[in-house]
Design a protein around this ligand. Structure first.
Ligand code: GCU
Length: 659
């Protein structure tokens, strides 16, 4: 009897577990065919094709599918064509991976209830390397990670394998991501130890059929620390030999290893400058040892070291003089803005300024400065804002997208990267809507012409439901959410007024005397009795001069500077008249207040969504929105009360009183 009861209990609970809506399925909620089908034919054979077949046989409900390798031009890479008749669908590509991408595209369209009777489409990736950067440490923690510990179980590898390794690869392949850096840019030299490389090999083997190549962050001091050499000077022949042998060892284990990502001479990390050498000396030494195997070096331009200069100028100052000195398998990885992944920054003036060197963007998907795993902030509009920015480097229309994808200047190497927000949480990213940011990066890396709206629309349909009464209002939340976060955190070009260290809440009063000035929020907002904002004009730090004409003049002039960046470039008097006639002080007050109201509206909209989706995700998002709305009030009150001590002006009476 006792046993019997257990069985009944199990019988009741099992379906609940099977259909638990914990977010673990991400956007891959393809319907499962009731009976296994055998509807796929292919003229190619490989583990990658086997995956495509399995996915379609299990999840594709429509006509028979032909996966065909065909003749395409040399530079076609992993693009594909899909052509259909009511009876048959053909996916044509140059590579097996192209066929797998086409198969996922089909499943994606099925989720969106597309018409398959007469389909004709062609897709080509915008970038060759579409790469996630994990800031995961070997001890399992993640720098700036908000979704639990690392997915990579270094202690268990290479013997015990988590099923999530393959699920991770599948999710990435489904959106076209084809590369991953497994470890933190603040890299432990141990990453290159033989025992760790054997663990990495196992991950690379799992990812390979999904078209994902593995890369590693490396510590510049590895020859000294791991190899026991006297130093790690890139011009020392023993050092060069150490790297050469290391490359040989890696490629023996992982023949398609992608290459190295390097953070050097920044925030205390070692680098070639420790030996009086340049970034080019360091990068080229590594490029030489990787070259015979087809590997690349992604050398970061995020250099943040003690300097008398405005921090925003540092990357441009250090890298422009080195243009033309880098080997052709080096690509300079540049954060979207010149400071550090702020809610809004002017774009990084280094884009377009390196004329003879490949450049790539680094975005941050993990929300270090955007409410971490508590705030719903859809990042596609931020990514698009950068990619669509016109640098004027080669005249009008020189957008960052066109510079980095090789359209404007034929580039040997094209790539795009972003710091991942993935951890071992059940829902992968901490917040259900943070999954959309992983998805959005993948989609834009594949096709940077997609609109934020389209990405939000397809993600919502795949992840939640096709019901337009849900999709339309929630899409509106997503599309406005980044601007809302800017409003309640740091409107009008304010930046880096976060609490020190963890970067979660406000601390505009932060003044860490004794430390470097550019560690303190007061350095960035410069509020005083006259006004607020960082003067980067010709009479200030002259960071404007790093932009190409006419932008240098546009940003130099307070009247022509876009108002959403006015405090980024100017120290503005409190009574300055904004375009809408309000004083700067009042405008600041209304912006903060608007952010709070927008959050309350999101809550009201979300509360009406209960009927359309599962209870679990509904209430988990509802709870997070509560935190976010409270945080918005916290930001508004803290910032306005603090800035008021300088402005000495009243907060407009129609704004909710700070407490
Ligand atoms: C930021 C971040 C650090 C990170 C650094 C980087 O400063 O706070 O944690 O190491 O960026 O990108 O290297």
């Amino acid at each position: 009897m006792q046993h019997f009861r257990h069985y009944i209990l199990l019988f009741l609970i099992l379906p609940l577990i099977a259909f638990a809506e914990d977010g673990s399925q991400l956007w891959l909620r393809y319907p499962v065919n009731p009976k296994p089908r055998n509807i796929v034919n292919s003229n190619s054979k490989s583990p990658t094709i086997e995956i495509a077949k399995k996915e379609l046989n299990q999840h594709w409900a429509g006509q028979a599918v032909d996966l065909k390798i065909d003749k395409f031009p040399e530079n076609y890479k992993d693009g594909y064509k899909i052509v259909s008749t009511p009876k048959k669908i053909s996916i044509l590509a140059k590579t097996d991976l192209g066929l797998l991408y086409g198969s996922y595209h089909l499943l994606n369209l099925q989720q969106q209830k597309a018409d398959f009777s007469n389909l004709k489409l062609e897709e080509k990736p915008s970038y060759d390397v579409r790469i996630l950067n994990h800031w995961d440490n070997l001890d399992g923690t993640i720098e700036r990670g908000y979704a639990g510990h690392s997915l990579w179980k270094w202690e268990d590898l290479p013997n015990k394998l988590s099923p999530r390794y393959e699920e991770y690869a599948r999710a990435n392949a489904s959106i076209g991501i084809n590369a991953t850096v497994l470890n933190n840019v603040n890299a432990s030299p141990n990453m290159l130890r033989e025992d760790y490389l054997k663990k990495v090999k196992v991950l690379a083997d799992i990812f390979r059929p999904y078209g994902i190549k593995v890369y590693l962050s490396v510590n510049f001091s590895s020859p000294k620390v791991l190899g026991g050499l006297q130093n790690s000077d890139p011009l020392n022949q023993d050092v060069q030999k150490w790297w050469k042998d290391k490359a040989a060892e890696i490629y023996k284990l992982i023949p398609d290893f992608g290459g190295f990502l390097v953070k050097a001479n920044s925030e205390g990390q070692p680098g070639p400058q420790d030996y009086g050498r340049t970034h080019a000396d360091g990068a080229n030494m590594m490029a030489d040892v990787l070259k015979p195997y087809g590997g690349i070096v992604m050398w970061r331009a995020f250099v943040y070291s003690p300097s008398k200069e405005d921090r925003a100028k540092q990357a441009h100052l250090e890298f422009v003089p080195l243009d033309g000195k880098f080997k052709d398998n080096v690509i300079i990885q540049i954060k979207n803005g010149p400071i550090d992944f702020q809610p809004r920054e002017a774009f990084n003036p280094l884009f377009g300024a390196l004329r003879k060197t490949s450049e790539m963007v680094e975005f941050q998907i993990t929300q270090e400065y955007l409410g971490q795993a508590n705030h719903l902030v859809f990042l596609a509009p931020l990514f698009k804002e950068t990619l669509d920015s016109d640098t004027f480097s080669d005249g009008k229309g020189s957008t960052i997208a066109k510079i980095t994808d090789g359209t404007l200047r034929p580039a040997k190497l094209t790539a795009i990267s972003a710091v991942a927000n993935i951890g071992e949480d059940k829902n992968w990213t901490g917040h259900h809507f943070a999954q959309a940011n992983w998805y959005a990066f993948g989609r834009l890396a594949w096709n940077h012409d997609l609109s934020s709206k389209q990405i939000a629309d397809e993600w919502l349909k795949m992840t939640f439901t096709n019901n337009k009464d849900f999709v339309n209002p929630v899409k509106e939340i997503m599309l406005t959410s980044r601007e809302t976060a800017v409003d309640y955190m740091m409107p009008l070009g304010l930046h880096h007024i976060f609490a020190g260290g963890h970067h979660y809440g406000p601390e505009p009063w932060g003044d860490y005397k004794g430390g470097r000035p550019d560690w303190s929020p007061v350095y960035y907002h410069q509020a005083n009795a006259e006004g607020i904002g960082f003067d980067r004009t010709k009479t200030g730090s002259n960071a404007v001069s790093q932009y190409f004409p006419p932008l240098n003049e546009i940003y130099n002039n307070i009247k022509t500077t876009p108002e959403n960046l006015i405090l980024w470039f100017h120290h503005v008097p409190w009574d300055y008249r904004m375009k809408d006639g309000k004083t700067l002080w009042d405008e600041l007050c209304y912006k903060y207040d608007l952010g709070v109201h927008e959050m309350r509206d999101y809550q009201k909209t979300w509360d009406k969504m209960q009927a359309y989706i599962d209870q679990q995700r509904f209430s988990e998002v509802q709870d997070k929105l509560k935190i976010q709305a409270k945080d918005a009030v916290w930001w508004k009150d803290a910032c306005l009360l603090y800035f008021q001590t300088f402005s000495k002006r009243p907060i407009p009476s129609d704004i909710e009183k700070p407490v």
